[in-house]
Design a protein around this ligand. Structure first.
Ligand code: C2E
Ligand code: CA
Ligand code: CA
Length: 407
């Protein structure tokens, strides 16, 4: 997790781009070197052995796809970020082919790119696909070992923030998504993108998931509200190998007297499809206990509808990358539009995440998306703030909010 020894080699013929990427990577603790020609890149590669590569797809005398092929032939294991001004589809195709050849492609970055999008990719690869450029406090780099995590669990340093989900037709709050943060005594508040992967790798996702569940359900149980609210909890792929997961989550519900039908488990498209056998098993058992299952970050993976349809989920969450760019990018709009239509046809609840503007709210409502979540409605909040938000929220706020631009 620490950036020591991180070396990034950039292949790009645009000096400005090289400068930009180097600058961001250096502030992030990387050593950087750059090449403008593939031949130069391959010689630096052999001698310097970078841990990360940023490859521009469009180069004058050799295209990036050929470069990727050659990297695969050399069995290069560095984490690769593919960049291009060619649009998302081209990048996705290149990523697919790179992965099939066994390369460790951690992400693609359409140009022009934001500092945050680049940082998220550099920070270890994360989930590996299009990450929405989010504005957050600078990611702290902490060295996370198993004892660190266990100590933090013991000390109650993991806290949940809650972000409301709004019914787009009626304007009422239907529930909250619980998002974990590490309230670190030295580093302050650490965001999950910085530590979830480390937690998965050092084998502490099971106790962390159980802890989040207990906190989230107890919070939900403490809320007095007219209609029963739901809570969405994130689970990661490594949770599937835990045979006790289903019973333990069910027990948590019994203990806090929350019916499992009020709990949605969000798992990412990739984690569900890449682990079909285990995922299918766990998901069916969760459904039998009455939990709801949602597919998170929909559209960022490469699963086919056929693969997805075999899995028993009932909610589909359109990734914030597409929601955030749907008014600037026709491809994103098409993805949002067709996902909503597909969800309706299949009888799934459609949720749009990352809603940041009134215009996005209006469009989603027009497209008959069921539920919206995002900074435009509220940021994730600590328990008492979330409760206050709920108490003060009126569906009438929805009217002006979505019909005027700055309401
Ligand atoms: P996610 O499940 O896709 O969660 C949504 C993320 O988008 C959250 O980031 C949230 O703060 C952010 N967000 C919400 N509204 C907006 C918006 O309008 N615009 C933008 N740009 N971003 C918005 P956060 O809390 O940092 O969580 C990041 C990821 O960490 C989550 O992505 C989820 O995959 C993972 N995660 C969070 N909590 C848990 C957990 O308890 N367990 C597991 N396994 N993963 C978790
Ligand atoms: Ca989620
Ligand atoms: Ca998501």
């Amino acid at each position: 997790m620490t950036p020591h020894g991180m070396r990034l080699l950039i292949l790009d013929d645009d000096a400005e781009v090289v400068k930009f990427i180097s600058h961001v990577a250096e502030t992030f603790g990387f050593e950087t070197r750059a090449a403008t020609l593939p031949s130069e890149m391959f010689s630096i590669l052999a001698e310097w052995k970078p841990t990360h590569l940023a490859i521009d797809l469009i180069m004058p005398d050799m295209d990036g796809v050929e470069v990727l092929r050659e990297l695969a032939d050399k069995s290069v294991q560095a984490a690769i970020i593919v960049t291009s001004g060619m649009g998302i589809k081209v990048l996705e195709a290149a990523r697919q082919s790179g992965i099939r050849r066994g390369l460790n492609i951690v992400g693609v970055l359409p140009k022009p790119f934001s500092v945050q999008a680049l940082r998220e990719l550099l920070d270890g690869g994360k989930k590996g696909t299009l990450q929405a450029p989010t504005i957050r406090p600078a990611a702290h780099i902490v060295s996370c070992s198993k004892p660190d995590f266990l100590e933090a669990l013991e000390a109650g340093q993991f806290v949940l923030y809650y972000q409301p989900k709004i019914d787009l037709a009626l304007g009422n709050i239907v529930g909250f998504e619980a998002l974990v943060r590490w309230d670190h005594p030295v580093y302050g508040l650490i965001f999950p993108d910085t530590f979830i992967r480390a937690a998965e790798e050092c084998g502490v996702m099971t106790p962390l998931t159980y802890r989040c569940f207990d906190i989230g359900l107890q919070w939900l149980a403490s809320i007095e509200h007219g209609s029963p609210l739901t809570i969405s909890m994130n689970i990661s792929a490594v949770n599937f190998i835990d045979l006790d997961l289903v019973d333990r989550l069910h027990w948590s519900c019994l203990r806090s007297k929350i019916d499992p039908s009020r709990v949605t488990l969000e798992l990412t498209e990739t984690s569900a499809v890449d682990n079909t056998a285990a995922a299918f098993d766990v998901m069916s058992r969760l459904r039998i206990k009455g939990f709801t299952i949602g597919i998170d970050d929909f559209g960022t993976g490469y699963s086919t509808m056929m693969q997805l349809m075999r899995l028993p989920f009932s909610e589909i969450k359109i990734d914030r990358t597409f929601v955030g760019t749907m008014h600037e990018n026709q491809e994103s709009m098409t993805i949002v539009d067709s996902t909503i239509e597909l969800g309706q046809r299949l009888g799934l609840t459609t949720v749009a995440e990352g809603v940041e503007t009134a215009m996005q709210m209006r469009t989603l409502r027009k497209l008959r998306c069921d539920v919206a979540q995002g900074y435009y409605i509220a940021r994730p909040m600590i328990e008492h703030q979330a409760k206050r938000f709920l108490a003060e929220w009126s569906p009438r706020q929805m009217g002006p909010m979505i019909w005027t631009e700055h309401g």
